[in-house]
Design a protein around this ligand. Structure first.
Ligand code: ZN
Length: 326
């Protein structure tokens, strides 16, 4: 029995020592060009597309590629091919070999036909995946469960990852064997998360091959800037406006905290720009405990005082002995 030799490197237009990435890139480029969706009712394009898929099927699989490379570099594409002696070929199923119209060529079937030599499913862990998630400062402080949507690569359910069924290219995955679908994942954020904290979700990465475990998903947290609080380590700072008389006489004022509000004493004689500390009102720490909150005082004056207020300030100006620039 002889079949036509196929030069898979020539088909993909890559060198024999091409890397996995180069092969993948060449395949993608060609597959886009010759895809049946782009070339409806074009038999030549369809044949070309099958050829490309076959070449990629072999060269992207290190085991198949190694086996193919053992044939040597001197074969010409389309040459009559008979297996060299001593080369172990699968016998294939004669019923399948010349049925025609299949996804893979007779040459492929002869080399890799699976009917007599089932593909060894090598268990391999799936690839790890990355995702980013934006949360508020309050959510980072308190923790909780947040839902995230990730683009997830899954084994194609229609062809079970083979890329073809009944020798036809699978229409669902277009021969890739994998489909990309959005997937919702609940991410449990521990209290005390910080900007750029990474949460590892075991087994939520890409699916494994040959019964291998899935990879892991690494979610990087991004905390949106807060309209009032600025963060420095475990501490937060908030600016609070006070009146001139509150600064002079002292007062009890209400200030915002991460958990709501708190009352704070402004001592008599406080200056603008001064920072007052509220102990343990900052961010939760991972190991327990909390940072502090700093309240930065900002003395503000009435911009449209009443006549009575102006009168009182005039009296103050006349009677005061305070000379800050002396
Ligand atoms: Zn499929």
């Amino acid at each position: 029995m002889s079949v036509k030799f196929r030069d898979y490197y020539e088909i993909l237009g890559v060198k024999r020592d091409a890397t996995e990435d180069q092969i993948k890139q060449a395949f993608r480029k060609l597959a886009r060009k010759h895809h049946p969706d782009v070339n409806p009712d074009n038999k030549t394009a369809e044949d070309k597309f099958k050829e490309i898929n076959e070449a990629y099927e072999v060269l992207s699989d290190s085991e198949k590629r190694r086996r193919y490379d053992r044939l040597g570099a001197n074969w010409k594409d389309g040459a009559e091919f008979t297996p060299p002696s001593g080369f172990t070929f699968s016998q294939g199923d004669p019923g399948d070999l010349f049925s025609g119209g299949g996804v893979f060529s007779d040459f492929f079937e002869m080399l890799f036909g699976e009917s007599s030599e089932p593909r060894k499913a090598r268990a391999a862990k799936g690839e790890d995946a990355q995702a980013e998630m934006t949360i508020s400062l309050e959510d980072a402080h308190r923790g909780g469960v947040h839902r995230i949507s990730v683009q997830s690569v899954r084994r194609c359910p229609d062809c079970n990852g083979a890329g073809s069924s009944n020798k036809r290219i699978c229409v669902t995955c277009r021969g890739a064997g994998r489909v990309v679908t959005p997937r919702s994942i609940d991410v449990k954020i521990p209290p005390g998360a910080r900007d750029k904290s990474v949460i590892k979700l075991v087994g939520q990465g890409q699916p494994g091959a040959g019964g291998g475990p899935s990879g892991d998903l690494y979610v990087t947290l991004r905390i949106t800037p807060h309209p009032r609080f600025t963060v420095s380590g475990d501490d937060v700072t908030v600016e609070s406006p006070i009146t001139p008389w509150e600064a002079v006489l002292g007062a009890r004022i209400e200030v915002p905290t991460l958990d709501g509000k708190a009352e704070m004493k402004v001592p008599a004689g406080s200056q603008g720009g001064q920072r007052l500390r509220l102990r343990a009102q900052g961010l939760n720490k991972r190991g327990g405990g909390r940072g502090d909150e700093y309240v930065k005082l900002k003395i503000v004056v009435p911009t449209s005082p009443t006549e009575r207020e102006r009168q009182l300030f005039r009296e103050l100006a006349a009677d005061s002995s305070f000379k800050p620039r002396k």
